[in-house]
Write a protein that binds this ligand. Sequence first.
Ligand code: DON
Length: 325
Amino acid sequence: LIARAFRHQFVVPDFLGFTKDIEEIYWKCKSNTDGKVASYIPQLARVNPDYWGVSVCTIDGQRFSIGDVHVPFTLQSCSKPLTYAVALECLSQKVVHQYVGQEPSGRNFNELVLDHNKQPHNPMINAGAILVCSLLQTLVHSEMTLAEKFDFTQNWFQRMAGGENFGFNNSIFLSEREAADRNYALGFYMREHKVFPEKTNLRECLDFYFQICSMETTADSMSVVAATLANGGICPITEEKVFRPDVVRDVLSLMHSCGMYDYSGQFAFNVGLPAKSGVCGGILLVVPNVAGIFTWSPPLDPCGNSVRGVQFCKELLQVFNFHRY
Ligand code: DON
């Protein structure tokens, strides 16, 4: 980082100017009090709706954060591109996509629906993410104990985040599991259609899915994850090669087309960047070859995306020409 600074070789040469604009957008969005926090479990319903944090990490490791960026929250669906990336890296695109498609479902993220092959539409919705969990469990960690499977995934997430910590929220995990009728229904529906690899233990697979949703981190750390994806799979903080470039291409392609629930098409049109949101109120936003951004604000719009987060992305595009096209 220091050598680059001396050579004036930063990807965002005027980082201070860049962060001034980010800060301005941050304050503009702060006054937006629309939306409702997720209420399907009490632990999420209790979250303070005023939390609002934005973190940026460039592909050369320059960092900026504003607001509630050190308050932990559970990953929820922001974990979906991460687990998908681990599966691609460990198993290859060919194997993973024998089981799951690449098409937006056009339906809710937890809808009881499979595609024309009777497979989940894509790995960014619940059905697809549960399927990816079963691939990790049966094909990648078949010899591991349940505890080792958890450690394995947590370790991958930490490498994406440059070694920063990922915790686990046990009460959210227990609540998720209690309130999981729909996810169980999805699991049984997929099992009926023989979607899972042989030897899948459905209960263990769903538990693993809830555990991953209940992993806890901060906006600050998630911006490093986004930056690793923006940087072709090399973590800008540790310079470790976490993913092959083809893995990152696949992950970003599906974030682009399927990452923002039933708003994905409009988001791809208006913002034109790969992103993934979760009911925690997080949005993982990737500006390829420039930076990773993470926004966190719990109140959600009717599609399930963070209200302030979506506004932030739109305002960002008013100021910077980041749209891919
Ligand atoms: O499966 C669920 O209902 C949650 N634990 C995850 C929800 C989430 O963020 C939805 N996303 N696609």
